[in-house]
Design a protein around this ligand. Sequence first.
Ligand SMILES: [Zn+2]
Length: 478
Amino acid sequence: MKLKLDFVNKVPKEAKDNEIILVKDKAAKNKIVKLVNKSLFSNKLFLQKKLFIQNIKDKNYIFVNCIKSKTSLDYEKLGSQLYIFLKNNKIEKSFFVSNSSFITNVQIEKLLHGAQLKSYEFNIYKTDKTKNEINILYVVGDKSRKSNVLRSKLNSLLEGVFLTRNLVSEPGNVLHPDEYAKRITKLRKFGLKVTVYDQKKLKKMGMNALLGVGQGSVRGSYLVTIEWNGTKDKFKPLGFVGKGVCFDTGGYSLKPAKFMEDMTYDMAGSATVVGLMKTLALRKSKINAVGVVGLVENMVSGNAQRPGDIVKSYSGKTIEILNTDAEGRLVLADALTFTEEKFKPQFIVDLATLTGAIIVSLGSEYAGLFSNNDKLSKQLIEAGESVEEKLWRMPLNENFDKLINSKNADMQNINYVGGAGSTTAAQFLQRFIINKTPWAHLDIAGMAFSKYGGALNSGGATGYGVRLLNKFIEDNYE
Ligand SMILES: [Zn+2]
């Protein structure tokens, strides 16, 4: 994070720094615009849509125009623009002075939160540290703001999102399954119960669909469960399952070389689950939840899975592997059945960068939502809209399901008839929800990574899904 917040009671007298002023009404805005037009403050003037800076007696004032901001999301976006403004203008230190007639406490918190979300950069491998300057924003006023309830809640969310972004950004040679499992165990210090099932245990349990994907790698394969018990009441846990393919070469159904490096993001679904669990623990959520992630590496070697192999999944159902690059669903198949059986959750939401086909359908605007339950779908879609991590519901039906029937086994891992690739992948997953638990599958292949950045991220790993699921839990289960 490149934006650090500090909380002070008042602007120090000696400060010759930048002061941020919020403008809430039209009259004030017009007045300032007039002054700008008259060039009274022409010394140092940059103009942006909602922000501008002026130099008065050696002191820069940054004016933030809040006029059109109504929702929490608007304030987050305004904060994001403020951060970009500070960054572009190389303003290292500034003072945020708010006036309660212009902006409420909640709005201030959202604005600061948005600025911090936007300020994330993954730069731990850059050796030129001068490129890592941090912008400090002093929040002036009541110093106790530092520890207010909303602030600490939003900080918990921020930490979860940043953990997800860090995990997704790490290259494949660093965050392989062994290292990933180890990092998840570090979450125990926040009160989470972490259980690691290694390759030996998984073999005994019969998780052959998951193990088949990882068998070409010199690294181990793992299933890791992360439990948060926030209430002793009878509260069946909420279940979250994530695909954690640390690197996906495609296996013998090898991917093209161009952009293969992006496959280091193929564990983003699991990273979202891990980030969410950290957030729930940090903010001491009053619910019970479980996160389950399958961690493997899909490589090519003398021991790798072949096209045509048939494996017996944890559920007992057999799968013919027609394409070794349709591996995420194999990992999830075992993880889903296991989660349903062991934890008996109220519902299961799984997240995966599952298909390129979902990017063809929805681009980077929506993640695809597939579900056997209307209520769950509606709740997820609403939460997604309010934090702008949007979902679009896609169809499931019996005819799609038939497309994955196999001649030689119970099913095959791709359909050859063509078309509806995201849906047939979801149909495949649905076959492993044995007890008809309410379930939703989020195909986040188009959302986990952003080349140019979005409203609340600066490009790279977006952390998609943590804010969405946190909001979904807050709105419906707390
Ligand atoms: Zn693949």
